[in-house]
Design a protein around this ligand. Structure first.
Ligand code: NAD
Length: 490
């Protein structure tokens, strides 16, 4: 840990000196108003740096830069775009430690996960780099009298608004396909975690990305975020964040008819039937809620357990939860670090009281750790019912709610009885049941006998209050591009 802290200081020096600036038209800059806000580390509450507090004027400058850069970027041959995006991936890999360390300090996420998240960011660029040359491809759909053809063309400058959980990886997940498609970008990172978005745009330009193709405006949702969603020159908004914010973004973009892609919250179930491989299921249940501090949209925050195995499974779960190592995110042994911010810390803690008031049992954890820092104990609620708030609301922390069920029909009813529909996880050795159950489960992404393992060509997205639209594979190009139809008389 001591060595890591010393290296962290080296990486933070630049932010301490010049703050976290915006990046518009190839230039690092302060907000036009000169305003800044402070960002603090959730590890000990200490000040990291001042951050440019962008507003409508900055968003306008960034949108103009993105608009000016668009024609040349759109017309760059796909193979050149491919080479450039690979160079960005190389540069991310070369600075992976710096990215991971800054992310840990800024968000509280444990290094064991953030070092992988930085490399996953590079992989996102490589995946879409390879697809860039074919992004415009269409199809021929001949009829009796016409040769009908389709072709895709990038939609124009787009706005990308990202949340504070794994901010580096999620930013690359949205920005890489936008660039591969030929769009230019204005990125508004989350105000709680601005450091690595700043590194990312700088890395891209050092790798040769032309000025204005990618612009970053820091700031708050109600200022910079609103301005971006309302800007006339921004053709589409790709958003990741809370369901409530997603609704606001839809209304804000209404007057300018913004194409909008929403990746929102979840209250995802993992269903464990008594015929499952229970050792594997136990490991996966633990991993999917207690990794990444449980601050993960795809986390399985409800575990539904068949009554025949319930007591034993829950006892083994509680025993393992109590052993999870909470600590400094830069300590390689740490599994759970501090939560992102005091506001979120208060929200997660409040559910300990909600659980008690609802009559659930706290089988593990249920306390905040003494300060400084936003640390909570990994927590397991048992004896819960689906009508309790702890079973319906997104807590977004290392907090799991266990609910018993007796039949497949009851499991399905409980699983679907939430507003959300992002992911689901099913553990059973009965293949027929797995097909039947997954068909009826209301979730955009479902894994059977597996934790969440992302395969980039597959669609990613949610149903119900968890989102609108999909990305991944070619789905991202459908969002960032227009499909044209051209028909020739034959
Ligand atoms: P949030 O909605 O509070 O903020 C997300 C971003 O939106 C921030 O950059 C914020 O500044 C901006 N914003 C806020 N109000 C805005 C407005 N009115 N107009 C424009 N921009 C606005 O979300 P958060 O708390 O940062 O992130 C956590 C949430 O994100 C959780 O609900 C989580 O489930 C969700 N999430 C979903 C996915 C997914 O793929 N489905 C992935 C990660 C996180």
């Amino acid at each position: 840990l001591a060595g890591n802290l010393a290296r962290l200081e080296g990486y933070l020096a630049r932010f301490r000196e010049s703050g976290v600036q915006n990046h518009i038209g190839g230039r690092a800059c302060e907000a036009a108003s000169g305003a800044r806000f402070d960002t603090h580390s959730p590890v000990d509450g200490s000040l990291i740096a001042g951050v440019a507090r962008g507003g409508a004027e900055d968003v306008d400058a960034a949108a103009r830069a993105a608009k000016a850069a668009f024609p040349a970027w759109r017309d760059m041959p796909g193979r050149e775009r491919k080479a450039l995006l690979h160079r960005i991936a190389d540069a991310i890999e070369a600075r992976a430690e710096e990215i991971a360390f800054c992310e840990c300090w800024d968000t509280g996420q444990a290094l064991r996960y953030m070092s992988k998240a930085a490399l996953r960011g590079a992989e996102n660029f490589r995946f879409y780099a390879d697809r860039a040359p074919a992004a415009r491809d269409g199809q021929a759909l001949p009829s009796a009298t016409l040769m009908n053809m389709t072709a895709r063309t990038p939609i124009g400058p787009v706005g990308i608004i990202t949340p504070w959980n794994t901010p580096f990886m999620l930013s690359t997940w949205k920005i890489a396909p936008a660039l591969a498609a030929g769009c230019t970008v204005v990125h508004k990172p989350a105000e709680f975690s601005p450091l690595t978005a700043r590194l990312l745009v700088e890395i891209a330009e050092e790798a040769g990305l032309p000025p204005g193709v990618w612009n970053t405006v820091n700031g708050f949702g109600h200022e910079a975020g609103v301005a971006l969603t309302e800007h006339r020159d921004i053709r589409a908004i790709a958003f990741i964040g809370e369901s409530r914010t997603g609704g606001q973004i839809l209304s804000q973009g209404g007057p300018t008819l913004k194409r909008t892609h929403l990746e929102l919250g979840g209250k995802n179930p993992v269903i464990v039937f008594d015929d499952a491989d229970l050792d594997r299921a136990l490991d996966a249940v633990l991993f999917m809620i207690y990794s990444l501090n449980g601050e993960r949209c795809t986390s399985s925050s409800r575990v539904l357990i068949q009554d025949t195995i319930h007591d034993d499974f829950v006892a083994r779960l509680a025993e393992r939860v109590k052993k999870i190592r909470v600590g400094h995110p830069l300590d390689p042994a740490t599994e759970v670090g501090p939560l992102i911010h005091p506001v979120h810390f208060d929200k997660v803690k409040s559910y300990f009281d909600v659980a008690r008031a609802d009559g659930a049992t706290i089988a593990a954890g249920g306390r905040a750790l003494d300060g400084p820092g936003c640390f909570v104990e990994p927590t397991l609620f048992t004896g819960a019912r689906q009508d309790m708030r702890i079973a319906a609301e997104e807590i977004f922390g290392p907090v799991l709610t266990a609910i018993p069920f007796s039949s497949e029909a009851e499991a399905l009813e409980i699983a679907n009885a939430v507003d959300y529909g992002l992911t689901g996880y099913v553990w059973t050795s009965d293949v027929t049941r797995a097909f039947r159950f997954t068909e009826a489960l209301e979730a955009g992404m479902i894994w059977v006998n597996s934790e969440n393992v992302r395969h980039l060509p597959t669609p990613f997205g949610g149903m119900k209050a968890s989102g609108i639209g999909r990305d991944g594979g070619d789905w991202s190009f459908d969002f960032y591009m227009e499909t044209k139809m051209i028909a020739f008389a034959t």
